[in-house]
Design a binder for this molecule. Structure first.
Ligand code: ADP
Ligand code: MG
Length: 374
């Protein structure tokens, strides 16, 4: 599905400052009906502030929030049809699981029969039905987070906000819960806006990811799109690590541009794929798994390939793969390669001296120049 199919939530130009520091610098975003959208970025980039403005706990200095086409910018949180799940689940310790989940429904004065149905079906969703009589103190962290989720889902809100909800769980449980959450979201067709600083989590769960950097959205797209076509060095490096190579556009020859990479390697790239307007100094991204390191025996590159000469600086053991770091000759530049254990083994000891980083021209991704600070 291409989102947003039908926008449920629409953010227009949100700006926010705290004590003179601009924390949000114009956030605009649409979230589709039934979409799983993730706000991804390093700590302090404005994800939680954006979520709090959507929920109504915080007001923006500028900009508007629309839900189902209605301007809710001034509507108080309890009148918005939006629920939030936080990292710290804030359950009532003296209530059992059932009563925790029922809490919001009782506030709404729903009748007890209906409440019972809703609570039990929500507990079924998170696979906690058999624990309905327990108190939070008798639950594990993962179970408590499931109760918090069941409580948020019990009201069947069209939009659920989740702020690093799995952040307190250990890795194995977090991975399980990621799949479970995604499954529940699909089943109910509720829109999720999910906040995380973990790129792998974002890639696993999301229909689309908005990559935040210092109060701006650097890129918004499907996980695969963001991974394969990062637009900026920040995105390329934040999502899955990348080599950022510097290059210079030398001239334009017919349908090709002549470029020089890292001051030494000259080649031609076709003007299609966004290269058309490139000129002067540019940056290129290259994924480590697209780089092969081999011994330098003075061999010429095969057609479509480029070589950067250097020396092996380090190898890092990563179980089923090796990270191999090559220091480019005469440059303050490391080129990182991710190789399978087999490919690395077949390299043998011969690369201890001069080595080559080999990669295909077509695997180079031209980056946009970083946006100047407004
Ligand atoms: N209530 C507040 N008062 C002052 N500064 C705040 C407040 N809330 C957030 N900030 C600051 O705004 C920036 C963005 O915070 P936040 O949205 O929580 O980032 P994230 O969730 O991406 O880690 C941070 O520098 C944070 O310290
Ligand atoms: Mg946060």
């Amino acid at each position: 599905m291409i989102f947003p199919v039908e926008p449920l939530l629409d953010l227009q130009g949100l700006e926010k400052s705290f004590g003179g520091t601009r924390v949000l610098k114009g956030i605009s975003l649409s979230v589709g009906q039934g979409e799983f959208l993730t706000l991804l970025g390093p700590s302090g980039c404005g994800k939680t502030t954006t979520l709090r403005i959507i929920a109504g706990f915080e007001t923006a200095d500028q900009g508007r929030v629309f839900l189902s086409g209605k301007d809710i910018t001034q509507v108080p949180p309890y009148r918005r049809d939006i629920h939030t799940v936080f990292q710290h689940y804030a359950l009532f310790p003296h209530y059992n699981v059932f009563d925790n989940v029922a809490f919001g429904l009782r506030l709404r004065k729903m009748n007890e029969g209906e409440i019972r149905d809703r609570v039990l079906s929500s507990l079924d969703l998170v696979r906690l039905r058999e624990l309905e009589g327990r108190r939070p103190g008798q639950l594990s962290g993962g179970q408590m987070q499931r109760v918090a989720l069941a409580r948020a889902l019990a009201g069947r809100p069209p939009l659920l906000l989740l702020d690093e909800p799995l952040g307190a769980l250990d890795l194995k449980l977090r991975k399980e819960m990621q799949l479970e959450l995604k499954h529940i979201q699909r089943r109910l067709g509720i829109s999720f806006i999910y906040v995380t600083h973990d790129q792998e989590e974002a890639m696993t769960m999301s229909d689309r990811v908005a990559v935040f950097n210092a109060g701006r959205i650097e890129q918004l797209g499907a996980p695969q799109d963001i991974y394969e076509n990062p637009e900026t060095a920040f995105v390329a490096d934040f999502i899955g690590a990348a080599n950022i190579l510097s290059a210079e556009v030398l001239s334009s020859v017919g349908d090709f541009l002549k470029i020089k990479i890292e001051g030494s390697v000259e080649t031609e790239v076709p003007k299609q794929n966004g290269w058309g307007g490139a000129q002067g100094a540019v940056q290129l991204a290259l994924r480590p798994e697209r780089v092969v390191v081999s011994a330098d025996r003075g061999q010429a590159p095969e057609s479509g390939w480029l070589h950067i000469k250097g020396a092996l600086a380090e190898t890092v053991y990563l179980g089923n793969s090796r990270q191999v770091i090559l220091r480019a000759t005469g440059r303050e530049k490391n080129i990182v390669s991710s190789m399978s254990a087999e490919a690395f083994a077949s390299l043998g000891a011969e690369v201890s001296g001069a080595a080559l980083a080999k990669f295909r021209i077509k695997d180079l991704v031209l980056l946009k120049n970083p946006e100047k600070e407004a």
